[in-house]
Design a protein around this ligand. Structure first.
Ligand code: ZN
Length: 72
């Protein structure tokens, strides 16, 4: 069993240092049935370099994927 003590952003793959704001998203994995749920973590602070936060971008990508799936 692997335990992660350092939080890692699932979008940009860089670590989330203490003091940074982040959000977590519960992952519904059928393979984890009956076990502890796992979470994806994302930066939720807007970056000056990139547009929007990792969390916002992740939401946007998910929305695009859903729209594409419906249109197909
Ligand atoms: Zn990030």
């Amino acid at each position: 069993m692997i335990a992660y003590f350092t939080h890692q952003c699932d979008y940009c793959r860089s670590s989330i240092v203490s003091g940074q704001r982040w959000v977590r998203e519960k992952i519904y994995d059928p393979a984890l049935n009956g076990r502890d749920p796992s979470y994806h973590r994302y930066h939720c602070e807007p970056s000056a370099i990139r547009e929007g936060s990792c969390w916002e971008k992740h939401q946007m990508e998910r929305e695009i994927a859903r729209t594409t799936a419906r249109a197909a």
